[in-house]
Design a binder for this molecule. Structure first.
Ligand code: ZN
Length: 297
């Protein structure tokens, strides 16, 4: 099969087995083939859902992911991620700007941004979350291309953020294209996505891949090389990357001990200093579990 990102024919199946389907401990009934391109490094599986759009609009999607669509539960799960997201973005790029967040859910992140931004645009496919965002007074679209139409061909948004979204979309090329077109000249986009967590894969191999890494909802696992290709195609003026480690060293040790996810090791020797070294080294070496792409039009 030809690579869908770079077109190379140097692709191969790197995994053939059941994978995570929704939350931890839920698996596909059938084996899933995971492909990787040896030229650009992209890892993917073929779309397992007949109609991706209607799937993402459905409650079924959020429920399979989080076990709930309750608004309060959403904040409980996602409010704590906001500090990380602000680490990725910094706090100084939003004031007085028109900001869009693509895949905003019920707006855990935008609720903080709205205080300093001139205008905030919420893009979210789930009707349930869109209704919440409307109730909170945001300008809301289901998809970025709908926002594009409304903005008369785009070009009027200063800052676009999108976290944990691009790995879900059917067509990441269109996703990056929409971002480019929505942005004003000089506008900036910050796109974050999980990596293949190379350290965990090297330590745990197939156990980690089956239990966590490969999942029905994550169609793609990106790396710097293939993200750069997608951004270069659109002609962004500046493209750069930073690596962040989301999971602490206790989580890694828990995996090693239990050979399954769930229980991080807590011990006196796991100090903030040790955890800081773990996160810092993985980020510095580009071996972390999260990558953030910074784009300027
Ligand atoms: Zn490729």
């Amino acid at each position: 099969m030809a690579c869908k990102i770079c077109g190379s024919v140097h692709t191969s199946i790197i995994y053939d087995g059941i994978i995570r389907n929704g939350g931890l401990g839920h698996y596909t009934k059938e084996n899933v083939l995971i492909w990787q391109c040896s030229d650009c490094g992209i890892i993917w599986h073929e779309n397992l859902f007949e109609d991706m759009d209607s799937y993402y609009v459905s409650e079924e999607y959020r429920q399979s992911l989080e076990g709930s669509t309750e608004e309060a539960r959403f904040y409980e799960l996602h409010d704590k991620e906001t500090l990380d997201k602000l680490r990725y973005t910094g706090t100084d790029i939003f004031r007085g700007k028109t900001v869009a967040d693509i895949g905003c859910g019920a707006g855990a992140f935008l609720d903080f941004i709205v205080g300093v931004a001139k205008k905030v645009v919420a893009v979210e496919p789930s009707q349930f979350y869109r209704n919440i965002m409307k109730r909170k007074g945001f300008t809301v679209y289901a998809y970025a291309d709908l926002a594009l139409k409304e903005y008369q061909g785009g070009g009027s948004i200063d800052v676009i953020t999108s976290f944990d979204v691009i790995e879900h979309v059917d067509d990441p090329r269109s996703f990056i294209k929409n971002i480019y077109e929505l942005l004003a000249k000089g506008g900036r986009a910050i796109v974050g996505t999980p990596t293949d967590a190379p350290v965990m894969r090297s330590l745990l191999g197939k156990v980690y891949e089956k239990e966590l890494l490969f999942s029905t909802q994550h169609i793609w696992i990106f790396s710097e090389k293939n993200l750069r290709l997608l951004a270069e195609e659109q002609g962004f003026k500046s493209i750069s990357f930073k690596y962040f480690q989301r999971y602490g060293i206790g989580n890694m040790l828990g995996w090693i001990r239990d050979k399954e996810p769930g229980t991080a090791v807590e011990s006196e020797f796991i100090t903030a200093a040790l955890d800081g070294v773990w996160r810092g080294q993985l980020s510095d070496k580009g071996m972390s579990d999260y990558i953030v792409m910074y784009l300027e039009k």
